[in-house]
Ligand binder design. Structure first.
Ligand code: AMP
Length: 504
């Protein structure tokens, strides 16, 4: 952990750009802050992260359906959901250089005082009392004002009707609730998930992928009967210990306490939250985030979102400090109730004879922040300029790269044949340009776990070398065994030394 705080994050950003993981959006025109694009390598990885998430969270036992709804929504929806009125942040403008900042963040950074959720008059007072100045030019800051975070657009020609780019994927699910119930005939509890883009006009986008204006989310809305006891699958996770940072600990600068799932039920507002939190902890550890870098923070009342009866957000420790990665909210019947009242449509469902308005438990994952954490905790260097990402094999852009040792004597053709044979079962790539050392370095840089090299011996006995990214050790194995060996390595069924005959 201490090492992570000390790493040169500039190095990670440099590789990410150079190797096609993340680009500044519209860069050739200077770009706008808070917008990033996924390059060819980043795109492959993002897809794998999402697939791994689907496999882990959207299980048939949990009856979680996935849908995809529009990203532009009419004003009525976001008025009803409370976003028009309550989805706001405080901003202050420098009187000298006109830069705009989030007032609460500025105060927190310069005084250490935690002020999220305070009203603008209070914030203005604190800025003047504590002498908080513009971090850019040292100038005096103006009064704090409230800004809505939604991006608006016009739908239709000439003067169309105002609509908004969705600030969360969830609303598309809530407004479809009747359709979902009717078409799936699902009984409570069941969930609806959505992976997609959300938009927030953040006042000061920063910290690379942390605070963006366009970002990607993976959300689950779990619909439950408010009288429901607990998720049927909860007991499978009773062994998990959750690191929880209570409100008391936050007030006193204390540490998280480890609570078993059973114990956590006493402090969580809903038992379904415990279920998702346990799974989140396990999934992020599978991605390579150490347990000590994960905690669940009970949000204070003034920072809890307007729709939530209690948030226990999963935070990860970054190079710059702790940051929320997954928002875990108990949304109660807030959303369905307001959409029912505003649309006039009945959004209850039948449970036996009884009409029930379901409650909602929501884990909301940020893909971009997850990506940042993954890069940060996977970054390695040997202190002599050799850098690599130790991505888990299932998340790496490719499982293996196939190389000819040299570009002559039929080796490229042989290597290409092997590559084509593997391609239907594995994510493989082929590279024959430059020296073999350069190719190893390039594949390590994007975290490819295994390099398969075809050499002169391959032509004689159909064996190849496999090189392990993490310690550059090599084994020799027969081409015919490659599918089984690679499958075993990917699943973690075999260790690298069992992948073939060790080489010096
Ligand atoms: P929230 O609805 O604010 O709890 O957000 C849910 C999740 O979306 C957060 O935990 C983040 O991972 C992600 N997220 C929210 N806002 C942003 C943003 N401006 N940029 C990137 N990710 C975000």
């Amino acid at each position: 952990l201490e090492k992570v705080a000390a790493i040169q994050f500039d190095r990670v950003i440099d590789i990410a750009k150079r190797r096609g993981i993340i680009f500044q959006s519209s860069e050739i025109y200077g770009g706008i802050s808070g917008f990033f694009d996924f390059g060819p390598i980043g795109c492959l990885m993002k897809r794998k992260i999402v697939d791994s998430w689907r496999e882990f969270f959207l299980t048939p036992e949990d009856r979680i359906y996935e849908m995809e709804t529009c990203t532009i929504m009419p004003e009525q929806v976001l008025r009803a959901s409370g976003h028009l009125k309550d989805f706001i942040d405080p901003a202050t403008q420098c009187k000298g250089c006109n830069s705009i900042f989030r007032a609460d963040n500025l105060i927190e950074e310069s005084t250490g005082q935690f002020v999220e959720g305070m009203d603008p008059v209070e914030l203005t007072r604190i800025i003047s009392e504590k002498g908080v100045k513009c971090p850019k030019c040292g100038g005096e800051l103006g009064p704090t004002r409230i800004f809505n975070l939604m991006l608006a657009t016009n739908v239709g020609p000439v003067e169309g009707s105002i609509a908004y780019l969705r600030p969360e994927t969830a609303q598309g699910i809530f407004v479809n609730f009747k359709n979902i119930c009717g078409s799936t005939r699902a009984k409570l509890p069941f969930g609806v998930a959505q992976v997609g883009t959300s938009y927030r006009n953040e006042i000061s986008p920063r910290q690379w992928l942390i605070r963006l204006r366009e970002f990607r989310q993976m959300e689950i809305e779990m619909f439950i009967n408010p009288k429901a006891e607990e998720p049927p699958q909860l007991r499978q996770f009773s062994h998990v210990k959750l690191p929880i940072l209570t409100r008391e600990a936050q007030a006193g600068g204390g540490q998280p306490i480890e609570l078993s799932v059973e114990e956590s039920l006493k402090v969580l507002p809903n038992k379904f939250l415990a279920y998702f939190m346990a799974k989140e902890l396990l999934w992020y550890q599978q991605l390579g985030i150490p347990k000590g870098a994960i905690r669940f923070r009970h949000m204070n009342p003034n920072e809890t979102p307007h729709y939530s009866k209690g948030n226990f957000d999963m935070e990860i420790r970054f190079d710059f400090g702790w940051k929320e990665i997954v928002g875990n909210a108990y949304r109660t019947d807030f959303d369905l109730k307001t959409h029912m009242a505003n649309s006039g449509k009945d959004l209850t469902c039948l449970e036996g004879e009884e009409k029930v308005l379901p409650h909602v438990v929501e884990p909301s994952f940020g893909i971009d922040r997850t990506f940042y954490a993954l890069l940060l905790y996977s970054y390695r260097d040997d202190g002599r300029g050799w850098e690599w990402f130790a991505f888990p094999p299932r998340i790496a852009p490719y499982l293996c790269a196939v190389f000819p040792l040299v570009s002559k004597d039929g080796l490229p053709e042989r290597a290409e044949g092997i590559y084509k044979g593997l391609r239907s079962d594995f994510d493989a790539t082929f590279d024959s340009s430059g020296s073999i050392g350069r190719r190893y370095a390039r594949s390590d840089e994007i975290g490819i776990p295994y390099c398969i090299t075809c050499d002169y011996q391959t032509l004689e006995d159909s064996t190849v070398t496999i090189r392990n990214r993490d310690d550059s050790s090599q084994v020799r194995t027969s081409v015919g065994d490659l599918p089984e060996v690679l499958g075993g390595l990917m699943r973690g069924d075999i260790s690298f030394s069992a992948a073939g005959k060790p080489m010096k």
